[in-house]
Design a protein around this ligand. Structure first.
Ligand code: PLP
Length: 436
């Protein structure tokens, strides 16, 4: 099956039917290990002369279908699914950077990624230098000889200002620095690889699954970044790897294709750290992806109506939504998001933090959860939850103010979503009037 259309890819890529049973859905290969045909077969698999499942920590046929589907959807060469989006962000960096190395990252990040970068990777000897993504040149200025990658999110919440993917990717390529883009909030709408990103990261927990049933993550290797063009810049892929009998990954993987980055991640990091995705979760995520193109269009449609409605209400001081932006932010939104502005809407209530809490407590339809991208509408107050482990200064850098409320607009009927928001605004406004 070959198609360039996401609607078709989402249903067909990576699987047709089980050769033995004819099963239309990929089976859940709920097994730890895979029997070798003979000793020759076993050693060929371990030597990467032949690709195939060995042990589910490193690979599984159900996961393989998901990996093929994600690579096809994203226009990449190959993918690796992992236990969570956090594991995907960590592996994406650790695959290139070692002790003493650094990466440069946009400040506009999911709170968990911020913590991973600012604390855990730092403890492991990898420095993350944060820069303002509004200025692409800031990535160049913050880089030095030990910079191994640049990192950003396409549609970072809470700011919801789209990252200048092509501008930053084009600055990095001549220096041998790949751009890694977390596209969690904008699948289908944004195509980071088409705009020059080298690697895409997902929390599949969000829109890709859509049902809120399975935590998962993925890394997609675009296959277009020349890792060997600047060997000094990428020693992890260009020097003998003692953990895999001296393999030089860019050479060792040549017969398989332009997938040195992703093969190394699987055969070293996944082997050693073991953050594997369960095949059951891969199956659930595949179920979600089947309807992703339809869902993301409806999420975007509903979110646009929610943003317009909030903007019309006097209790709301500010609406944060790509479709309401102007100037350069809007230009970037229109350049990189096609077919909608996504399902996330932020807003600030006139009456600040307490009004934000009252708003959330009054909601009946929206779930109050630390998640985005579910089919159901979700709401949260980031300053007291997802971003609460950041310092107040770092909260401001990532765009989290005290009164900010984030909505992940779901697929319910728009009238019901707006009625619930009305309920929240009435609660927020009523108390503020009483306080005056
Ligand atoms: N990246 C983004 C943009 C996210 O929103 C999240 C989770 O909220 C993650 C990564 C981490 O993903 P997970 O929760 O699947 O580990």
């Amino acid at each position: 099956m070959t198609s360039k259309h996401p609607e078709t890819i989402a249903l067909h890529a990576g699987w047709r039917a089980d050769p033995t049973t004819g099963s239309v859905q990929p089976p859940i290969h709920q097994t730890t290990s895979f029997q070798f045909k003979n000793t020759g077969h076993a050693s060929a698999l371990f030597a990467l002369e032949e690709l195939g499942p060995i042990y589910t920590r490193i690979g599984n046929p159900t996961n393989d279908v998901l990996e093929q589907r994600l690579a096809a959807l994203e226009g990449g060469a190959a993918a690796l699914v992992l236990a969570s989006g956090q594991a995907a962000s960590a592996f994406a960096v650790q695959n290139l950077a070692r002790v003493g190395d650094n990466i440069v990252s946009s400040t506009d990040l999911y709170g968990g990624t911020w913590n991973l970068f600012a604390n855990t990777l730092k403890d492991q000897g990898i420095e993350v230098r944060f820069v303002d993504p509004a200025d692409p040149q800031a990535f160049v200025r913050a880089s030095d000889d030990r910079t191994r990658a640049w990192y950003a999110e396409t549609l970072p919440n809470p700011k919801l200002e789209v990252f200048p993917i092509a501008e930053v990717a084009a600055l990095g390529r001549p220096l041998g620095i790949p751009l890694i883009v977390d596209n969690t909030a904008a699948p289908i709408l944004a195509r980071p690889l088409v705009h020059g990103a080298a690697v895409v990261v997902y929390s599949t927990t969000k829109y890709l699954g859509g049902h809120g049933s399975a935590i998962g993550g993925a890394i997609i290797d675009g296959g277009t970044f020349d890792w060997s063009a600047h060997p000094d810049r990428q020693p992890a892929l260009n020097t003998p790897d003692p953990s895999y009998h001296g393999a030089v990954w860019v050479e060792a993987v040549k017969p398989i294709g332009p997938v040195a980055y992703i093969i190394k991640a699987r055969t070293t990091l996944l082997r050693d750290l073991g953050s594997s995705q369960s095949p059951f979760n891969a199956f659930l995520t595949l179920q979600g992806i089947e309807t992703l193109p339809l869902r993301i269009a409806r999420h975007s449609e509903n979110a646009a109506k929610v943003a317009d409605y909030l903007a019309s209400r006097p209790e709301v001081a500010r609406v944060i939504y790509p479709g309401h932006q102007s100037g350069r932010a809007r230009e970037r939104a229109d350049t990189y998001l096609k077919g909608g502005y996504g399902g996330l809407v932020g807003f600030e209530l006139e009456a600040g933090r307490d009004a934000g809490r009252r708003f959330i407590d009054a909601l009946e339809l929206h779930y109050h959860v630390a998640n985005i991208g579910d089919a159901r509408s979700l709401a949260i107050h980031p300053a007291s939850t997802t971003h609460s482990q950041l310092t107040p200064e770092d909260q401001i850098k990532t765009g989290v103010t005290e009164g900010y409320v984030r909505l992940s607009v779901g697929l319910e009927h728009i009238d019901d979503i707006l009625a619930d928001i009305d309920r929240g605004l009435a609660a927020a406004g009523a108390a503020s009037v009483a306080a005056e």
